[in-house]
Design a protein around this ligand. Structure first.
Ligand SMILES: Nc1ncnc2c1ncn2[C@@H]1O[C@H](COP(=O)(O)OP(=O)(O)OP(=O)(O)O)[C@@H](O)[C@H]1O
Length: 240
């Protein structure tokens, strides 16, 4: 059981217990992983290349049903996923991409609102190819958030963007999460991104959680946290 800021017991939005995943006989990728994410909590997941970050995210998204493994996963009913590429449908206009699959009255208006929230008011009738990479990721975020997910899974969503656009997208994601309060699991290679965005940073290694570090800037500076996490990742010369 997780506890909230008042110390009260809360049911986590995400609960993973003893999760195992393997792709061949060379050993497991996930080896008994446990993880809780509270409702509204923003967790960043870092780890060296090939440690199983995407494997974990896909397991939470239910996108790995054919993969060998066991363990218990509980996620909320409403889950959205954002990937590094925006995965927009090229034959649909921006608004239709956002509202695709949405049912019910007023979905067009909800889509328009979501586009306004990500700074794309007026681009509803554009085609995806007319947008920049950053704008396409904004549409992808709008498409996720219009569904009001209780859990947002993001796999390197800003990995393909230039540094300035990334910074803008960080601000946007923070703003969207403050407004909608989904639980978030963000997979990233970027320790700075993790520290800037997350309430908690998890380091994956050997198929389990190696470190679970709250981002509490009252007790620790961002630089200190960054150095600590780089140490945990085994990045020589960058640690404390
Ligand atoms: N569909 C698959 N079939 C076989 N092996 C796979 C498959 N998906 C992942 N793997 C293997 O599982 C391991 C973990 O992969 P995963 O993509 O989860 O790592 P990651 O931490 O997200 O890596 P990166 O940071 O490089 O994106 C890797 O060794 C990878 O080769």
């Amino acid at each position: 059981m997780a506890t909230d800021t008042r110390g009260l017991t809360t049911t986590p939005a995400v609960r993973v217990r003893n999760l195992h995943r393997s792709f061949n006989d060379n050993g497991g990728v996930l080896n008994g992983l446990d993880l809780d994410i509270a409702a509204g909590e923003f967790v960043a997941l870092i780890g060296r290349s090939g440690t199983g970050k995407s494997t974990l995210l896909r397991a939470l998204a239910g996108l790995d049903r054919d993969v060998a493994g066991r363990g218990r996963i509980t996620v909320p009913p409403s889950v959205s996923v954002v990937f590094q590429d925006s995965r927009l449908l090229p034959w649909k206009r921006v608004l239709d991409n956002v509202t695709f699959g949405l049912r019910g009255h007023g979905s067009g208006e909800r889509g328009r609102q979501a586009l306004a929230e990500v700074g794309l008011a007026g681009r509803e009738r554009a085609w995806p190819f007319e947008l920049s990479g950053g704008e396409q990721q904004r549409v992808s975020l709008a498409r996720s958030l219009v569904r009001e997910p209780q859990l947002l899974l993001a796999d390197e969503p800003f990995g393909a963007l230039d540094a300035l656009t990334r910074i803008r997208m960080h601000a946007l994601l923070r703003q969207l999460c403050a407004a909608h309060r989904p639980a978030v699991l963000l997979v990233t290679h970027d320790v700075d991104e993790a520290v800037v965005l997350a309430d908690r940073v998890i380091v994956l290694d050997g198929g389990v959680v190696r470190a679970d570090v709250p981002v509490d800037l009252g007790t620790r500076s961002r630089d200190d946290l960054r150095a600590y996490l780089l140490d945990e990742l085994g990045v020589e010369g960058e640690g404390r």
